[in-house]
Write a new protein. Structure first.
Length: 448
């Protein structure tokens, strides 16, 4: 009998070891497998849908959009003289129920856009809009309620061999659309894309510039790395729990042994919680500069709004934008541009107070939240930073400068604060860049 018990235990132990071996092989295969194994692709052929042209006549302007008579499917834009001037080619892709494409799991897109026109492409850009009909804000009777996720494409890219490859994370929400909303909707969304649009709005477009959207291809992972690793953790945790339970029941471990396993389980859970906290913190940090990103500055913004509502404690927002950064990238390359962003981030951190919250707002734009700071002191901080940037040798071959917009809270509305700071920043650029403007009762430039 004793010999049979030993044999049964040996068989069960062998089964357990076989199961562990299978799990190890599967886990290893999943981790080291090529990314293409878990890649999904969706393709959109523009010629299969109806394209509608419209222009800025809705705003009383004089741009004209039309179809080419010589090249089927190509359209042109005779840009008017009254800003804002634009022409759009809009493709409605939703079904009869209003359901569009869910692109939320796709990280990369490839564009095939045909261009016929003059060789000169200087200062010509088009914008691509992926318009999302989100449940929180979309209204069927409001043509502009679908969120405008946008990205800018230069004509130089159009003349390069197709396709144009873009990262989905490079999209941002159009500022003018955000300015019309009362809620915070600054995060891009791609879960229900109902309209795809090309817009000619920047550059000297004429009827000689012909455009045709051929097709778009999106690629992304079937499963995110995070979900794969979480699944592995859950699978391994489940297996561990089963094994522990099996041993506790079948081998009749002593009380001390049971307590030891309980402590092991508690420790595993604590480690998992710590990992979740680490993932949460990483999501709030800009990976290039190490500063907070938009999500990271969110809590500080709303905490200051709460303090302002309770005690009227002043706080201010500084927005700054690197001057002519796109031209810099075009001249020196994106690696040099990244280096400038890192150096500028270090300069901002070293020359701001510990109570200030510095964040990369997007692209070459930064935001500084100044707690317990009125407009006058915020203006001094911004002007000091502007002078230090101007004096610093951030790049060996050219001087790097920045424009600043400053505003203080006058009501418990984050969108209003950003809008007024952005207006001041726009004024600083309008007045010639490398200057600071504040938004009080009227805009003031501080270094004429």
């Amino acid at each position: 009998m004793k010999s049979q018990g030993i044999k049964q235990f040996a068989r069960k132990l062998a089964s357990i070891e076989a199961l562990l071996s299978v799990m190890v092989i599967l886990s290893t295969a999943i981790i080291i497998s090529p990314k293409t194994w878990f890649t999904q692709t969706v393709e959109f052929n523009a010629d299969e849908y109806q394209t509608t042209l419209y222009n800025d006549s809705l705003h009383g302007n004089d741009s004209k959009a039309g179809w080419s008579e010589d090249h089927e499917g190509f359209w042109y834009c005779d840009m008017g003289d009254i800003p804002p001037n634009y022409c759009n080619a809009s493709i409605y892709i939703a079904d009869e129920n209003g359901k569009g494409l869910n692109l939320s799991r796709y990280s990369e897109m490839k564009l095939w856009i045909d261009h016929i026109g003059p060789a000169t492409t200087e200062k010509k850009h088009i914008k691509l809009y992926l318009r999302n009909a989100g449940k929180k804000y979309f209204k069927p009777d409001d043509n502009f309620s679908a969120k405008f996720n946008q990205i800018q494409i230069s004509f130089d890219d159009l003349r390069a061999p197709a396709p144009i490859t873009l990262e989905m994370e490079a999209f941002n929400v159009a500022d003018w659309w955000l300015a019309l909303r009362s809620m915070d909707l600054s995060k891009t969304e791609f879960d229900n894309i109902t309209i795809i649009e090309l817009q000619a709005s920047e550059g000297d477009f004429t009827h000689e510039d012909l455009l045709h959207l051929n097709k778009i291809q999106w690629q992304g992972k079937l499963f995110s790395d995070e979900s794969i690793y979480k699944s592995l953790v859950i699978a391994w945790s489940t297996l561990i729990f089963i094994l522990l339970f099996y041993r506790l029941i079948k081998l009749k471990l002593k009380l001390a042994r049971e307590k030891k396993h309980q402590m092991e389980l508690i420790e595993i859970n604590s480690l998992l919680q710590l990992k979740n906290l680490e993932f949460s913190d990483l999501a709030k940090i800009d990976h290039l500069t190490g500063l907070y990103n938009r999500l990271g500055i969110h809590d500080a913004l709303y905490e200051n709004i709460k303090i302002w509502k309770d005690n009227r404690t002043p706080f201010s927002l500084i927005l700054l934008d690197i001057d002519n950064f796109k031209n810099f990238n075009d001249s020196y390359g994106h690696d040099a541009g990244d280096s400038v962003l890192k150096s500028l981030s270090d300069l901002l951190c070293k020359n701001t107070r510990s109570s200030d919250c510095v964040a990369r707002w997007g692209g070459e734009e930064f935001a500084i939240l100044c707690s317990n700071t009125d407009l006058y002191r915020a203006h001094l901080i911004a002007e000091t930073l502007r002078e230090k940037i101007e004096a610093a040798c951030i790049h060996a071959d050219t001087q790097v400068t920045a424009s600043f917009g400053v505003a203080s809270a006058i009501q418990p509305d984050v969108n209003d604060l950003f809008k007024r700071a952005d207006t001041a920043l726009y004024e600083a650029k309008k007045q010639g860049r490398n200057r600071t403007c504040v938004n009080s009762d009227f805009l003031v430039s501080t270094n004429d």
